[in-house]
Structure formats: C-alpha cells, structure tokens
Design a binder for this molecule. Structure first.
Ligand SMILES: [Zn+2]
Length: 205
C-alpha cells in the first residue's frame, strides 16, 4: 500500500536502512528539506512538514539453484521500518492514513529536539576534548543551526589555535607541522569516553 512518511527534520535527510531489515536490498530514501514546494511538503497548522510517498516494492529473490521468486514488499511495512529507525530524527508515520494529527507532529518535534540537544552536547564535548572543529559531526552542526546556537565549533571559519606540544608556540588546530619549530604536530582525535561496563552489557544483548 502506498504510504506517506512525514518529517519535521529541518534539512534534507538520507534515510538509510537497517542492515538486518527485510527491505535491505533497496536503496536509501531521501527525505527532502522542508523548504520545497507542495510536491514534497505540506502545511499542517503552523508546521511545514516534508514527506515522501513509499510505494510497494516488487522484487526478485534469488533462492539459489537458478530459483528466483517474485516478492512484493508492502510500502507501509517499509515506511513503518524507516519511521522506527529514524524516529529520533523527527521522521514519523501517522497512525491513520492522511495528514498527521497535531499531537503526532508535536511528538515528532519533541523527539527531534531531544536528539538535537544530545548531538549539540556531543559536539561541545568533542570540542573540549580536541579543540578541533574538524572532529565535529555534521549532525552536531545541524543541531547547532536548528537550536539557533553559534558555538565556535559550528562556525565554518572558526579560527581555533592550540599550542605546539614541542615548543609551546601557538599553531592552527589542523596543523600537521609546527610553523615555529618544524616538528610533527599532528593530532589524533581524542575518542569519546567508553560507556560503563553496565551500559555496554545492556547494549550487547
Ligand atoms: Zn613547535
């Protein structure tokens, strides 16, 4: 069944599939940005939502020994799966066909806001570890824009310096060689701290 998947995400988003999913043979879906026309967006009250229509997918499954069988995957199942994977990014599927309810839109916005706050904090934490905007993720930059914040790490022309580990003179964050002493000053990213053993065990189910 043709199914419409909605988004409150403020930019274009590639909805990649879960590696283990039933729809795995099919390419990623591109959710457009909400600045498009009525072919990709819809007004719902004060909210402009972008959407994609997912149709049934006809495919052939190779069962081995030259045995191929035709399979139809319901568009609604694909949409459901994507809404599950991308829930935190403000992607959602209304319970009833047709335009989503006010409550459904608010719920999607709340989840997206939580996600953006987490990404923003991650960007901030990475910057305090590394003092290097090169290690900031795209998601953290999108989050900074969406939250209307302008930290040093999110501005493209961030002029951030650090001290050379050998001579202590000020050099650019991305410098591989110190311009003062000429020695190797390349930095590796400081990784995120590992989760506690309890959390790791819970995630390893
Ligand atoms: Zn130096």
């Amino acid at each position: 069944m043709k199914t419409t998947l909605y988004s409150v995400y403020p930019e274009k988003l590639e909805l990649a599939r879960n590696q283990m999913s039933a729809t795995q043979p099919f390419g990623a879906f591109i959710m457009p940005a909400p600045d498009g026309d009525e072919t990709t967006t819809v007004m719902a009250g004060d909210d402009k939502l972008s959407y994609i229509v997912i149709d049934d997918i006809e495919t052939t499954v190779d069962q081995g020994y030259s045995n191929f069988s035709k399979v139809t995957i319901d568009g609604r199942d694909v949409a459901k799966e994507l809404a599950g994977i991308w829930r935190s990014h403000g992607i959602f599927l209304p319970e009833k066909p047709g335009q989503p309810s006010f409550e459904e839109i608010q719920a999607a916005k709340t989840l997206l806001n939580t996600f953006f706050n987490e990404e923003y904090s991650r960007g901030d934490a990475s910057f305090s570890r590394n003092r290097n905007p090169a290690f900031i993720s795209d998601q953290a930059r999108v989050a900074a824009r969406a939250l209307n914040r302008k930290p040093d790490w999110a501005t493209s022309d961030a002029q951030v310096t650090r001290n050379c580990p050998h001579c202590d003179e000020l050099i650019r964050v991305k410098a591989n060689v110190c311009k003062h002493c000429g020695r190797d000053a390349k930095v590796a990213e400081v990784p995120e701290p590992k989760p506690s053993p309890q959390r790791a065990a819970a995630g390893a189910r």
